[in-house]
Design a protein. Structure first.
Lengths: 428, 295
C-alpha cells in the first residue's frame, strides 16, 4: 500500500515538474514593420496566462509574399498563429484559402465596430462571414501650418472648397517659394496617390470605384463624379501651379515645414513626425481640416486604411490546440482596454465606438492630437474594395490620373480607358 | 567485371565522374529553376490558387502576353532603355578605359573615384538621383538655373523620365565597362603598335585597326553583360519611378515584377521571365555572331 502511494507520489511529482519544464505556450504573431503590437505584448501575456507572445515583423512588401509562401505550405509548424493583414489584402487571402473563418469568434464583438470596418472585416464585404477584425485605422485629412498660411495671406477657410483651394495653392507657392517652401504637396509617386487624391474626391461627389452589376463588379470611377474629381487635380497642377511629387516621405517633409499644406494620413501630425512633443503642443503648431469639396453643401469623405487581425486557416484546420490558444490571444487583443492601450501608445485611430467613450476617450485624446476630429472622420470613412485584383485596379486608375495630369489627356478619356482595362481585369 | 578501380582508371568515365558534382550543382541552381519557371508559366498560377492548384493553360499566358498592350509597351520602353544605357555606358566606359590605360599615373586615383557608382547599392543610387532630379531643390536643376536655363521636370515628364533613368543607369554602369575594357587593353601586346608606328600609322589608325579588332571579344562580352543587366534591371526603376509617370518607364523587368509580386499573377509573371530570357539569349547570339566572330 505504502509502496503504491510512494510510486504515485513520484509520478505526480514528475508530472508537475514536467508541466513546469514545458514552459509557456508560444504564440507567434506576424505584423508589418513598425505596426507596434509589441507595445501590448506584456499586457496580453498577463491576460492569457501561460502564453509567450512572440511578435515577429517583416517589411510591408515582404510580409504579403512571406505569408503566401508560408501559408501555402500548409504546415502549421512554420505558420504563425495570429497574423495582421492589410485590409486591402483580405479578398486575396480569403479566396486563396489562407485565412480561417472567424465568425463565431468575432461576430458579437464586431457589433461595436464602425460600419466600414465591420463590413470590411467580412468577405465578401458585408456578407456576414468574418475572417478577423479590423484592429486600427488612419484617416486622411488636409493638414497645414497656420503661420505659413498667415504669412502668405491665405485663409484656412480657402482650403475647404476646390476653387479657393486652387487659388490658395497658387498664392502659397508664390509667397513661400523664396524660403524654399512649397505651397501644396501633391504625391504622384505610386498607386497610393489615388487613395489620397482621387477616391475621397470621387466619393464626396457621390461616385464609387466599383459597383455590382448583375452579380459582377464593374468599374464606376469613370462617372461624372470621377471626371470632376480628376479635373480638380488637373486644375490644381495647371491653374494652381502645384508640382506633382514622385517621391514620398510619408509626412516627414511636411512636418519639417517644406510644404505649407498637405493632404495625408493622420500619422503626419503624430509624435513620430514631431518627436518629443505632446499632442497639445502639436495641436498648437499645426492644424487640420476635412478634404476640400467642390461646393458648399457637399459632405467631405475620407479614406481609411488599416490592418485586420486574423488567424491562418492552417492553424484552425491542422493544429486545434494552437488555434484555441490563438483565439484566446486574439480575444484578449480585441478587448476595449487593450485596444485603447495600443491606440494610445501608437497614436492609432480606433475603429470601435467604445473607444470614443470614457474611460478611454480622455486618455486617447491626451496622446492623439485632434482625436475627436480624427475619430469623427474615421466613423464616416470609406474603405477600398479588398478584392484580389485590387492592386491591378489601383494601378489602372493611377495610370489614368497620370495621363490626365502629366500627358494632358482629357480626364473622361483617361478614366474611360482605365475603366476598359479594369473591366478586363475583373472579368478575366 | 566492372570494378570501382576500373571506373576510376577509365579515361572515358572518369571525366564525367569528376564533372558530375558540378553538373548536379548547375542543374539544381540554374537549370531546375528555369525548368520550374517554364512549368509555372504554363499554369494559371496566382496567389489565390497556390493552395488549391493552378489549372494547366499551356501556352495561353504567352498568347495573352502578346495581346497585352502593357507588355508590348514595356518591350518598347526596355528597348529604348537598353539602347540608351548601352550606348552611353559603352562610349563613356571605353573613353575612360583608354584614358586610364594611356595615363597610368593618375589612373590609380581616378579608378577608385570612377568605381564608386558601381559599388553602390541600386537603392542608394535610385534615391540619390531622385534628389538630384528634384524639380525645386535638385542639384541638376540648380545648375541649370545657375547658367540661366529653365529647370526640367526630369522624373515627372513623360518624355524625359526614361532618359533621366538612362542617365542614372549610365552613371552606375560605366565603371564596369571602364574596368572591363581597361583590363582587356592590358592584354593587347605592344608589337602590333610598334609595327604600325614603323609603318607610319597615326594614333587613330592604330586604334581603329589594332585596338578595336583586338578588343572585339571583350567588347562582345561587355555588351552582352551590359545588355542583360540593363534589360533585367528593376530595382533602380522601382525606387525612382515605379514604372511611371503613366507607364513611361515601365520596362519589361518592372512589368514582370509588378505582375508576379504586386498583382499576384505568378504564372503570367513567369511567362514574362521566359520571354525575357529568350530575348537575352537571342541578343547574346547576335552579339557573338556580329562582334565576337569577327574577332
Amino acid at each position: 500500500m505504502f509502496k503504491r502511494l510512494w510510486v504515485w507520489s513520484l509520478v505526480l511529482a514528475f508530472g508537475l515538474s514536467a508541466a513546469s519544464w514545458a514552459g509557456p505556450v508560444v504564440v507567434k504573431l506576424w505584423q508589418s514593420e513598425g505596426y507596434g503590437l509589441e507595445a501590448v505584448e506584456s499586457l496580453i501575456e498577463s491576460l492569457v496566462p501561460g502564453v509567450d507572445l512572440q511578435v515577429v515583423e517583416y517589411p510591408y512588401n515582404e510580409l504579403r509574399m512571406k505569408l503566401f509562401t508560408t501559408l501555402a505550405a500548409g504546415d502549421p509548424k512554420v505558420a504563425p498563429d495570429v497574423v495582421m493583414v492589410d485590409s486591402i489584402w483580405l479578398g486575396e487571402f480569403v479566396e486563396g484559402g489562407y485565412l480561417a473563418e472567424l465568425t463565431d469568434v468575432v461576430a458579437d464583438e464586431a457589433a461595436d465596430w464602425f460600419e466600414a470596418f465591420r463590413s470590411g472585416s467580412q468577405w465578401p464585404a458585408g456578407s456576414g462571414k468574418y475572417y478577423g477584425l479590423w484592429y486600427d485605422t488612419d484617416v486622411r485629412v488636409t493638414m497645414y501650418w497656420p503661420d505659413l498660411l498667415l504669412e502668405a495671406g491665405v485663409n484656412a477657410g480657402d482650403l475647404l472648397y476646390w476653387d479657393t483651394f486652387i487659388s490658395a495653392c497658387k498664392k502659397l507657392n508664390e509667397a513661400l517659394a523664396p524660403q524654399g517652401i512649397g505651397g501644396f504637396r501633391l504625391d504622384m509617386g505610386g498607386a497610393y496617390a489615388a487613395d489620397f487624391f482621387f477616391f475621397p474626391f470621387l466619393w464626396a461627389e457621390g461616385g464609387e470605384i466599383l459597383v455590382e452589376k448583375d452579380g459582377k463588379l464593374v468599374p464606376a470611377f469613370n462617372s461624372e463624379a470621377g471626371v470632376k474629381a480628376l479635373q480638380f487635380l488637373v486644375d490644381l497642377v495647371k491653374k494652381g501651379g502645384v508640382e506633382p511629387q514622385l517621391d514620398i516621405f510619408w509626412g516627414n517633409d511636411w512636418a519639417a515645414r517644406k510644404w505649407a499644406v498637405y493632404i495625408h494620413g493622420n500619422w503626419a501630425t503624430s509624435e513620430s513626425r514631431f518627436p518629443g512633443t505632446t499632442a497639445a503642443e502639436r495641436q498648437k503648431k499645426v492644424a487640420v481640416l476635412p478634404y476640400p469639396v467642390s461646393e458648399p453643401g457637399k459632405v467631405p469623405v475620407t479614406l481609411s486604411g488599416g490592418w485586420i487581425m486574423t488567424i491562418p486557416a492552417v492553424i484552425k484546420d491542422k493544429a486545434p490546440d494552437r488555434y484555441a490558444k490563438a483565439v484566446e490571444v486574439m480575444e484578449a487583443f480585441l478587448r476595449a482596454d487593450v485596444m485603447a492601450e495600443y491606440a494610445s501608445a501608437l497614436a492609432r485611430i480606433p475603429v470601435r465606438a467604445a473607444l470614443m467613450e470614457e474611460p478611454y476617450r480622455s486618455k486617447l485624446a491626451e496622446n492623439i492630437e485632434f482625436f475627436d476630429f480624427y475619430s469623427k472622420m474615421a466613423s464616416i470613412a470609406k474603405v477600398r474594395p479588398a478584392i484580389p485584383q485590387w492592386s491591378q485596379v489601383a494601378d489602372a486608375i493611377f495610370e489614368a490620373m497620370q495621363k490626365a495630369i502629366f500627358q494632358g489627356v482629357d480626364p473622361q478619356t483617361a478614366l474611360d480607358e482605365a475603366a476598359e482595362k479594369v473591366e478586363a481585369i475583373l472579368g478575366g | 567485371m566492372v570494378t570501382l578501380r576500373g571506373i576510376l582508371n577509365s579515361e572515358r568515365t572518369l571525366p564525367y565522374l569528376l564533372l558530375a558534382p558540378l553538373i548536379v550543382l548547375l542543374f539544381s541552381v540554374t537549370l531546375f529553376p528555369f525548368l520550374w519557371n517554364f512549368y509555372v508559366s504554363m499554369h494559371d498560377l496566382k496567389t489565390t490558387n497556390l493552395q488549391t492548384g493552378a489549372p494547366f493553360v499551356g501556352l495561353a499566358n504567352y498568347f495573352k502576353l502578346f495581346r497585352d498592350p502593357t507588355f508590348l509597351h514595356s518591350l518598347k520602353v526596355s528597348t529604348y532603355f537598353v539602347l540608351g544605357s548601352m550606348v552611353g555606358q559603352f562610349g563613356l566606359g571605353l573613353l575612360l578605359a583608354l584614358i586610364l590605360h594611356y595615363h597610368p599615373g593618375p589612373a590609380r586615383f581616378f579608378r577608385v573615384i570612377f568605381v564608386v557608382p558601381w559599388i553602390l547599392s541600386a537603392l542608394i543610387i535610385g534615391y540619390s538621383w531622385i534628389w538630384m532630379y528634384n524639380y525645386r531643390f535638385g542639384l541638376i536643376n540648380s545648375l541649370l538655373r545657375l547658367v540661366g536655363l529653365k529647370p526640367i521636370h526630369w522624373l515627372n515628364d513623360i518624355k524625359m523620365a526614361l532618359w533621366a533613368l538612362v542617365i542614372a543607369n549610365i552613371w552606375r554602369g560605366t565603371p564596369f565597362t571602364m574596368l572591363f575594357l581597361e583590363a582587356a587593353l592590358k592584354t593587347i601586346p605592344s608589337e602590333p603598335y610598334e609595327a604600325a608606328k614603323v609603318d607610319g600609322a597615326t594614333s587613330w589608325q592604330s586604334f581603329r585597326y589594332i585596338t578595336l579588332p583586338l578588343l572585339r571579344p571583350a567588347i562582345a562580352i561587355n555588351l552582352i553583360l551590359v545588355t542583360m543587366w540593363t534589360f533585367n534591371l528593376f530595382d533602380t526603376i522601382l525606387v525612382m519611378t515605379r514604372g511611371g509617370p503613366a507607364n513611361a518607364t515601365l520596362t519589361t523587368a518592372m512589368y514582370m515584377y509588378k505582375s508576379a509580386f504586386e498583382y499576384g499573377l505568378l504564372g503570367y509573371g513567369s511567362a514574362i521571365t521566359i520571354v525575357m530570357l529568350l530575348i537575352n539569349g537571342i541578343l547574346a547570339v547576335l552579339y557573338f555572331k556580329t562582334i565576337g566572330r569577327q574577332a
